[in-house]
Design a protein. Structure first.
Length: 164
């Protein structure tokens, strides 16, 4: 019976790491991983990267809001306006409510970020956005079920600045 080597060669180590998904180049002191994609945090109730959610055009959301009622969807576009106001009711403590008017090639929708009382867990805070910023959002859609196309609300769960 053959015994296992007590020390692995550098080539064996490189092959072992490549099988796991990371390839090391060079010697052990100056190696680096060849991983071109940045790590994306897992977001929403599915705990998957934001880009894994299908992007829904704003016109599709507005034309048939009942299809998206109580669902998490990804929308993207350009910020038209950002309005922030201090709210004193509804949360048990004062908080900033920010309304982001978001426009894509098909329409415009208002997205609400409830600040400290909301569910936006991203590092990007809505009040820091400005007109002209390109963003990618995960939103929770509520309403639009009255059949009249009114009272649709989209609440920010995650905000990312778009990677152009």
């Amino acid at each position: 019976m053959r015994s296992l080597p007590t020390q692995l060669s550098p080539l064996t180590l490189i092959i072992s790491f490549a099988m796991i998904g990371t390839l090391l180049v060079g010697d052990s002191e100056s190696s680096f991983a060849l991983d071109p994609l940045p790590r994306s945090p897992r977001v929403g109730s599915l705990r998957i990267p934001l880009l894994s959610y299908n992007r829904v055009p704003i016109s599709k959301l507005l034309s048939n809001p009942t299809n998206y009622h109580l669902r998490e969807i990804r929308i993207a576009g350009t910020v038209r306006t950002v309005e922030t106001q201090l709210m004193t009711r509804g949360c048990g403590k004062p908080y900033e409510l920010t309304v982001i008017s978001l426009e894509d090639e098909s329409g415009v929708v208002d997205v609400l970020d409830q600040g400290a009382c909301g569910r936006n867990t991203s590092a990007v805070r809505a009040p820091t956005l400005a007109a002209g910023d390109r963003v990618d959002l995960l939103v929770h859609v509520v309403g639009g079920t009255d059949g009249l196309g009114g009272s649709l609300e989209a609440f920010a769960l995650w905000i990312d600045r778009a990677q152009d």
